[in-house]
Write a protein that binds this ligand. Structure first.
Ligand code: GTP
Ligand code: MG
Length: 493
């Protein structure tokens, strides 16, 4: 376990002792202690029908989240790794109750068993899944919906301004385009506590990317271009860590492709090209087209692949993708899912301990108690002492433009602070297999460069302070790369 997590656990135990006469506080603190050992909690948020549940399914690789209109899309649902499939409904009041686990056409069916959605605090789905072992995923109801009560449930769940501390350690925020409401929403869950004004725990996704530009063949290319633009946009940079374009439907279907679907698509691919192109101009044309496939099969294909996905699959099969596995892999690779997984890995799971510690300290911060007692001092000591938090704060400041550095220097600072990933090689901008001497050299050069920056008399005080944080990161990297004097000694005696 990292030092930071160990320190966080100590301070939670100290808090437990301080609040031992307050049962509510004890329960809240005990939950925080066990949360430290759990997988990271990642919430999927965004507007109604942004494609949240579909993307969640794509990440899990199974259809566990209901994606059509239905009451279950209106409650917060947790998906955790578990030995046996199980669904438990947690009402706002009363005891949790198990629900029946049922599958229909390969998709999990969730039935609230008569409980009105507004009475449900959350659903917890346990599902055996490799993907969920790394992170628990939380599907949230759409925001800015016509039903404001539903929006409020999501905002209440995510917004640290609320009385309750944040339940999620990180957020994937989906948007189809950058509407004003999206920007407002991102603003609304900017940090107010530990890492003020950073968007360290948010990744944005341009969702349903295949629909961009009316679903033309180059939709994904355009979507990647838009993501790239957002990534460098100063406002967006201040709100989230990264922006990725993903066609969740392609990814979900790719990961759950069935043999019969491949066969149907292969049949379409065998049609004369002009005939196929013309039937695929619109959903209604495609539904009404003659040929071997029934309307029902065509409907299912459109639902599962989207028009873009049907077109793409037929093209791929024509170009030689001659089996279901190859088609599935191709769909996933074109969907942008792999890119998102990489980003989630470097930005979230790679920073697990830091994000966990941050959530726990936020929760402690929310507990009412003396601000100057030993507990408050201990929290302060961790916040001020842990260099990871200094890095986080500076990243936030750099991203939001509060600290002015020349462009190239700012980019290097962000990299050294671990913006693109905390691994030493990534921080130094070198490939993962770079040899040790090269890594050391690069680290020394970076250190010297930032020492010179720190001595620059033209820089404002805040900028010089920022340089000192980067220097500290360089020193950390060098310490990491130094031969350890005690390396030969056994770890335990
Ligand atoms: N073409 C296309 N359609 C998509 C994509 N993702 C989702 N959809 C469709 O959009 C509709 C809504 O998808 P969901 O995944 O249920 O969206 P959601 O954000 O969970 O919706 P709510 O929970 O009701 O707010 C469904 O009909 C999906 O099939 C995508 O990447 N491409
Ligand atoms: Mg949904």
């Amino acid at each position: 376990m990292s030092n930071l997590l160990a320190a966080t656990r100590r301070v939670l135990l100290l808090a437990l002792d301080t609040h031992r006469h307050d049962p509510a506080a004890v329960a809240a603190l005990e939950a925080q202690v066990s949360r430290l050992d759990e997988p990271l909690r990642v919430a999927i948020a965004g507007k109604v029908k942004a494609g949240k549940s579909t993307l969640l399914n794509a990440l899990v690789g199974e259809q566990v989240a209901p994606t059509d209109a239905g009451e279950c899309t209106r409650v917060v649902t947790w998906y955790r790794d578990g030995h046996v499939p199980r669904i438990v409904l947690h009402p706002h009041e009363g005891t949790p109750q198990p629900l029946t686990v049922r599958r229909q056409e390969g998709a999990l069916v969730v039935d609230l068993d008569g409980t009105p959605p507004e009475n449900v605090e959350r659903l917890v789905v346990d599902w055996p899944s490799e993907s969920l072992r790394v992170a628990t995923l939380i599907d949230t109801p759409g925001i800015a919906s016509t039903s404001t009560a539903v929006s409020q449930r999501t905002v209440a769940f995510l917004d640290p301004d609320d009385e309750t501390p944040t339940e999620a350690d990180a957020v994937v925020y989906l948007m189809r385009h950058l509407h004003a409401a999206d920007a407002e929403f991102l603003e609304s869950f900017r940090d107010r506590g530990v890492a003020r004004a950073t968007a360290v725990n948010t990744v944005a996704v341009i969702s349903r990317a295949d629909e961009i530009g009316g679903g033309r063949a180059d939709a994904m290319f355009s979507a990647r271009g838009i993501a790239q633009r957002y990534r460098t946009d100063p406002t967006v940079r201040g709100l989230c860590q990264n922006v990725v374009a993903v066609a969740g439907l392609l990814a979900q279907t790719g990961r759950t492709l069935r043999h019969a679907e491949y066969t149907a698509l292969a049949g379409l691919a065998a049609l004369p090209r002009e005939e196929l192109d013309s039937t695929l101009l619109s959903v209604s044309r495609f539904r009404q087209a003659g040929g071997d496939l029934s309307t029902e099969v065509r409907d299912r294909l459109v639902r599962r692949f989207g028009l873009f996905g049907v077109r793409l699959s037929a093209t791929l099969i024509r170009q030689g993708t001659d089996n279901p596995d190859a088609l599935a892999a191709e769909l996933v690779s074109r969907s942008g899912l792999t890119e998102l997984q990489t980003v989630l890995h470097t930005q979230f799971t790679g920073r697990r301990d830091l994000l966990k510690a941050r959530s726990a300290l936020l929760a402690l911060d929310g507990l009412h108690g003396p601000r100057d007692g030993p507990l408050a001092r201990e929290v302060e000591r961790i916040l001020a002492g842990a260099h990871e938090f200094a890095e986080l704060r500076l990243l936030g400041a750099l991203r939001s433009g509060v600290i002015a550095l020349p462009r190239a220097a700012a980019a290097e600072a962000e990299r050294l602070l671990g913006d693109a990933g905390a691994a030493t090689q990534t921080r130094l901008g070198l490939p993962p297999d770079a040899p040790l001497p090269e890594l050391r050299n690069a680290a020394f050069e970076a250190l010297e460069r930032w020492q010179r920056n720190a001595a620059n008399p033209m820089f404002a005080r805040a900028t010089t302070d920022a340089c000192n944080v980067v220097i500290r990161s360089c020193e950390g990297i060098l310490a990491e790369l130094a031969p350890r004097p005690d390396a030969a000694r056994p770890m335990y005696r």
